[in-house]
Design a protein around this ligand. Structure first.
Ligand code: GLV
Ligand code: MN
Ligand code: MN
Length: 410
């Protein structure tokens, strides 16, 4: 155990200042990846890290690494972090907490005058949410070697803006190569985003792993027509087809026990006019389950259900997979470190499994990795109402500090 204390007020204040960037009327944050707001959030973080004495590097996919030097600069770093981008109507803590907890650890170590042997990197990963470019965990994915840098830079949003152009525009197309250096260990702090910890009155979730997920873009082609003159029997209505498919994939989820979670979360209709029969509908599917075999099986069932509806309606169909994240088990040594730190700090804790995806899932493929959860109010997340208690955030940061210090000494 190291003798340093995180500062609860400072950690909370940092969250509240960060939450002003992209603040929504409903009390949340809307800060999509690689927008001007994302740039402002990154700039704020970089300024804070430089004030804390860190050296900041940016890689070619825009991941930001703020390094607190170790006494042995040739030693592989211990890394922590998360993301600053949010959902369109997101909260103040999802991702932000992991980044600011890392910064708070740096500040607390500085306050206590404690040097670690290994350097400490606090990371902001690019586009974790995937709300804008539709894939998610992008920066950590390229870092881990999943897909190529070129493919990621070429991805476009709905308006046709590419990741590469947007990175350059906001000044975060860094010069550093992506990944390819050893990491001694990675730890990520995050709000739970579910109801378990709060309902059991427990402060620390010792995260064992995370379920797998797949995302798809489904394009249903129909034919535009006049809403007043085209008889019902002659229509090829793309939106009606999409609606039937969305209902069918929901039923796929309920055919399995325990249920996978399947979501059609975004839809675009052409031409999106009240008196034109829709000629095209494009919607997304996000499917998740802890078991890779079930994930593959529901993929097949969803494709078959959509194909049958498309055929019956005379609607050409295209299904593209936009992401594939396997279920993850975190490193037993990292899990033990988190559990032991919580015990040593006298904090209530339990083992927990993550329903959400995290950058840590990608990092688990390149370094021993663990995660620390803290409760959030009523388990609400991806929602402007997302909330957490200052003392719980401080408890999570205190656990993070102990595990980072432990691994930075070894
Ligand atoms: C991350 O926000 C996820 O979709 O799990
Ligand atoms: Mn997150
Ligand atoms: Mn999220």
């Amino acid at each position: 155990m190291i003798d340093a204390r995180v500062n609860e007020d400072r950690l909370w204040h940092s969250h509240m200042v960060m939450a002003k960037i992209g603040a929504t009327p409903g009390g949340g944050v809307g800060r999509l990846a690689l927008t001007d707001l994302d740039r402002d959030a990154r700039d704020l973080f970089v300024g804070w890290c430089q004030e804390a004495g860190c050296r900041v590097r940016v890689d070619r996919i825009g991941n930001v690494f703020a390094r607190r030097a170790g006494t042995d600069e040739s030693a592989a770093p211990v890394m922590t972090g998360s993301h600053l981008d949010t959902q369109p109507l997101g909260g103040r803590f999802d991702g932000i907490f992991g980044v600011l907890a890392g910064l708070e650890v740096v500040r607390a170590l500085n306050d206590a005058g404690i040097a670690t042997r290994r350097p400490l990197d606090v990371v902001v990963w690019t586009d974790e949410e995937g709300a804008r470019f539709r894939s998610g965990v992008m920066g950590s994915g390229v870092f881990r070697g999943l897909g190529t840098l070129e493919d990621a830079l070429a991805m476009t949003d709905e308006a046709g803006c590419s990741v590469g152009d947007e990175l350059a525009r906001i000044g975060y197309a860094g010069p550093e190569p992506v990944g390819g250096f050893p990491i001694h260990a990675y730890f990520e702090a995050h709000i739970e985003q579910g109801p378990v910890l709060e309902s059991e009155g427990i402060v620390i979730g010792v995260v064992e792993g995370a379920q797998g997920s797949r995302r798809f873009r489904v394009t249903v082609e129909g034919e535009e027509g006049h809403a007043g003159t085209l008889p019902m029997t002659l229509r090829r209505d793309a939106l009606l087809g999409a609606a039937r498919m969305i209902d069918a994939i929901n039923k796929v989820a309920f055919r399995h026990q325990p249920h996978p979670v399947i979501t059609a979360g975004a839809i675009h209709v052409r031409p999106n006019s009240p008196n034109t029969v829709p000629g095209q509908a494009v919607f997304t599917i996000d499917s998740r389950h802890p078991d890779a075999a079930v994930l593959a099986a529901i993929d097949e069932e969803m494709r078959a259900a959509c194909a049958a509806i498309a055929e019956a309606g005379g609607l050409p169909l295209r299904i593209e997979q936009t992401s594939d994240n396997q279920p993850v088990a975190f490193d037993p040594r990292c899990i033990d470190s988190v559990r032991n730190a919580a015990t040593a700090l006298g904090l209530s804790h339990r083992d927990i499994y993550s329903g959400a995806g995290h950058d840590a899932c990608n990092l688990s493929h390149v370094a021993p990795t663990g995660m620390i959860f803290v409760p959030c109010e009523k388990g609400i997340s991806h929602n402007e109402k997302e909330n957490a208690k200052p003392e719980d955030l401080a408890a999570g940061a205190a656990v993070l500090m102990q595990v980072l210090a432990e691994w930075a000494a070894s």
